[in-house]
Design a protein around this ligand. Structure first.
Ligand code: GDP
Ligand code: MG
Length: 438
């Protein structure tokens, strides 16, 4: 999706003049890309006419830059498409936050509960899981296994068949033990049916959740809208998590279903592993989609992967916009520790060139090559204290068994990263001591 839209933008940039015909054509291409990604038809035509209206209204004879205007309008409309005015529930420290998960069977509730628990547990929240699914055979075993893997206390009962009772008991127990965050996993059914909705309401009544999170499988595409709406009519959904966004381009249906729930998306699930889970921010998401790079997302991922004792140093450097080849080397090392490279790579502007979709293995290999090349650099070279002239490049290439163009490619990538870090330094994301301000 992003690629098709970016291609349309490129056309826009290359066109000598931008008249109404070209605008129509570009909008048509963008609309086709959105429809292809399963975005709800209604929103696509809305987006199209909104962009057009804005461009007609805001551009005038005095030469306002039409290209910029069109791009800005498209980006803003896309952001609007995936966001709502309603703020998500914010967990409160020093209080027992009860969060209930709902959604159809197979949507990813149990997996996502665990990811969510793991996410907050790592941030220091005292977290517990309650299994109120007595419908699916083996549901408790599944939650138990998940919870044990990420070392989170859990509650469930093999013999009890009443989910309402289990939910109540579990929440009561963890409340007494002063947990900050109690997560209640519920059962689903294959369809939206009365039995499921009754049960959901009853569980909600006894546990009195602070937030109800609706879990939606992005694979169902256009059907997302109606499903989200049906759930919304029964319980007060406060937030949405969209799952299985890995490995297919049809996420648009789910993303545009936010308006059906009138609730914000808070996380995205991008794989079966418990760390394949990303906080959702509409602005970052759209920039990433369009290949504009997502500084905030990248930064958070890097700091999460970075060993704690090393963080202040890196933060401080980045906040001053400084970034050397040695820092890049360390980032590569961290990236390697972090597993699914592809996701991360998508967040790094310029890096997506190295990691075309579907060629992750290639990308990983390339990064290893880069590290080999950096291994034959001297300390002063790594610290960027000397210019890498031709004779140095030749020596480095020889030492690494690489070619000069390979060394140049590495240097180009480094320069791109350095530029980005420079932007980060000025982005206002940091306080004076290099701490993250948001
Ligand atoms: P529940 O019935 O709603 O509790 O769904 P489960 O948590 O049991 O998940 C159903 C299946 O979807 C399992 O095989 C999960 O591993 C898988 N799953 C969940 N989330 C994701 C995701 O983000 N990506 C992928 N690829 N699989 C997922
Ligand atoms: Mg389940």
């Amino acid at each position: 999706l992003g690629q098709r839209i970016t291609a349309s933008f490129r056309r826009l940039n290359q066109a000598p003049i931008i008249d109404d015909d070209l605008l129509d054509e570009v909008l048509k291409e963008i609309a086709a890309a959105l429809l292809h990604a399963d975005v709800n038809v209604r929103y696509v035509s809305e987006l199209r006419s909104n962009v057009k209206k804005r461009v007609l209204l805001e551009s005038d004879a005095s030469g306002v830059n039409k290209r910029k205007l069109i791009q800005k309008a498209v980006v803003e409309e896309l952001v609007r498409l995936v966001s709502t005015d309603r703020k998500p529930y914010k967990l409160e420290k020093g209080k027992c936050n009860i969060i209930m998960f709902v959604g159809l069977q197979g949507s990813g509730k149990t997996t996502t509960c665990t990811k969510y628990a793991h996410h907050y547990n790592r941030k220091g929240w005292k977290t517990a899981l309650v299994c109120a699914d007595t419908f699916r055979a083996g549901a408790f075993d599944q939650l138990k296994q998940n919870a044990s893997k990420v070392r989170i206390p859990f509650y469930g009962d093999y013999n009890e068949t009443d989910p309402v009772k289990i939910a109540e008991e579990g929440v009561e127990l963890f409340k007494k033990e002063k947990y900050d965050l109690i997560i209640v996993d519920t059962s689903g059914r294959h369809k939206q049916e009365a039995a499921l909705f009754d049960e959901m309401q009853q569980v909600a009544e006894v546990v009195a959740p602070n937030d109800i999170i609706f879990i939606m499988d992005s694979h169902i595409g256009q059907a997302c809208f109606d499903q989200a709406k049906a759930f919304r009519e029964v319980v007060d959904i406060g937030s949405v998590i969209i799952t299985k966004l890995d490995g297919h381009a049809k996420g648009g249906g789910a993303l545009s279903a936010v308006s059906a729930t009138n609730s914000p998306i808070i996380f995205l699930g991008t794989g079966e592993h418990f760390d394949e889970f990303q906080p959702f921010d509409a602005q970052s998401f759209v920039s990433r989609l369009l290949g504009m790079g997502d500084l905030k997302g990248l930064f958070q991922t890097i700091t999460e992967a970075m060993p704690l004792d090393k963080q202040p140093e890196l933060l401080n450097k980045i906040s001053k916009g400084r970034f050397s080849l040695r820092d890049l080397y360390e980032q590569f090392q961290n990236l390697q520790k972090m597993g699914p490279m592809s996701q991360l790579m998508q967040m790094i502007p310029g890096m997506s060139n190295l990691m075309p979709a579907g060629a992750e293995k290639e990308g990983v290999k390339r990064i290893k090559r880069f590290m080999v090349i950096m291994d034959s650099m001297t300390d002063t070279e790594l610290d960027c204290e000397v210019q890498l002239n031709d004779s140095r490049k030749l020596r480095i290439a020889r030492g690494a068994g690489a070619s000069i163009p390979e060394v140049n490619l590495l240097i180009d990538e480094y320069k791109r990263m350095e530029k980005m870090v420079g932007k980060m330094g000025k982005s206002g994301l940091f306080g004076k001591g290099g701490e993250l301000t948001q």
